[in-house]
Design a protein around this ligand. Structure first.
Ligand code: ZN
Ligand code: ZN
Ligand code: ZN
Length: 363
């Protein structure tokens, strides 16, 4: 598996003119080697030459955590070694280098002064289009993560979780506990935005007590088997029925989200999927209130290529996995969002989140 990935990476390095890839912090390293670097002042770096053997330079005290794989050898460095010199020696005479987008500036700056005639590129120029296309195993991992998140959505929709009278922070913590109970090893976020806070897409759940007769946006996700979940459902707290203008807003959003999922067909430019959702929301009279892109790619990272946004003409490929998450927001008043993870396949768009999309009325 990772042998095949490494071959694809080497082929792409040759294609884009990179002599050596230097992977440190970020998702590229675990994607390729199964090992995730600790965010430490001690350098961890995979040196992967297009034409030579891959070597993982790792602090000696971290080496026991590296799982042996045939695709690379491990070069531990001791507390008195200079890790930058070790990396530079492995780079040798190669000069077209690509380094992890998330590598710390301190390491890049020291490498640059050690290798003054090197030309630097971001590793994403090599890895992004490869990572964006998920293989079967990755799609199934994403499907398991989404199914677990859907079980939490179902628990919220069924009324198992109390909203009214509790703070957003309490409901958020409960969503996190439930994600773990459903198999997530990590919770990345559990946004709970109630009343006016539902108009803030990345609201930080806080001390606000949830009231009757208001919308609540719940957007949550985490990691299961190394792959991310990310889903949003919007709720209305009971007492009385949703007001007619919120119902209208939600009907437009519902239609836009469904149509954008259906439009996510292989060969369609990413920006056209955004255009479908935006067109329906604009026709419904809420164009100005849809203040973000329609979606982002997802995999080992919550946000990665491809982005469904105007200006991205890249066509969808089989194996692309991304969110479809239009929203409508009236600042200071209320908002709503619906989000599913979808995979583009030769047979058409496959939605990994299938929890009901209707506005659920909860207590
Ligand atoms: Zn977001
Ligand atoms: Zn989300
Ligand atoms: Zn998302």
């Amino acid at each position: 598996m990772s042998e095949a990935r490494m071959q694809r990476v080497r082929a792409r390095m040759t294609e884009v003119g990179i002599d050596a890839l230097l992977l440190s912090l970020g998702a590229d390293l675990p994607w390729l080697t199964g090992y995730e670097a600790m965010p430490l002042e001690r350098l961890t770096m995979l040196v992967l030459p297009a034409d030579g053997d891959a070597v993982l330079v790792v602090p000696e005290l971290e080496a026991p955590r590296v799982e042996d794989r045939p695709e690379f050898t491990v070069r531990p460095w001791t507390e008195t070694d200079n890790a930058i010199d070790v990396v530079a020696a492995l780079v040798g005479g190669r000069r077209r280098l690509a380094i992890s987008d998330r590598a710390w500036a301190t390491f890049l700056l020291r490498l640059q002064s050690k290798l003054p005639d090197a030309a630097w590129s971001p590793a994403s120029a090599v890895t992004s289009p490869l990572r964006a296309v998920k293989d079967e195993e990755e799609v199934e991992a994403l499907a398991r993560a989404s199914a677990a998140a859907d079980r939490v959505s179902a628990q919220l929709q069924s009324g198992e979780v109390r909203f009214v009278g509790r703070t957003e922070a309490e409901v958020s913590a409960e969503i996190g506990r439930r994600l773990r109970a459903e198999g997530h090893s990590r919770v990345n976020f559990a946004i709970v935005g109630s009343g006016p806070n539902s108009a803030s897409p990345h609201h930080e759940p806080g001390p606000r007590v949830i009231e009757p007769n208001e919308p609540v946006v719940c957007d949550f996700g985490g990691v299961l088997d190394g792959y991310c979940s990310d889903t949003t459902r919007t709720f209305w707290t009971g007492g009385s029925d949703p007001t007619p203008n919120f119902r209208d807003l939600y009907a437009v959003l519902f239609e836009a989200q469904r149509a954008a999922v259906d439009a996510a067909v292989v060969g369609t430019p990413c920006e056209d999927v955004d255009g479908v959702a935006r067109g329906i929301i604009t026709d419904g009279g809420y164009g100005v209130q849809f203040i973000h892109r329609t979606g982002h790619g997802i995999g080992i990272e919550e946000h990665e290529d491809p982005y469904l946004v105007r200006g991205n003409a890249e066509p969808l490929e089989p194996g692309h996995a991304f969110s479809i998450e239009p929203g409508i927001y009236f600042a200071g008043r209320w908002g709503a969002r619906i989000e599913d993870i979808v995979v583009a396949t030769a047979e058409g768009p496959r939605a990994l989140n299938t929890a009901p999309h209707e506005l659920a009325v909860v207590d």
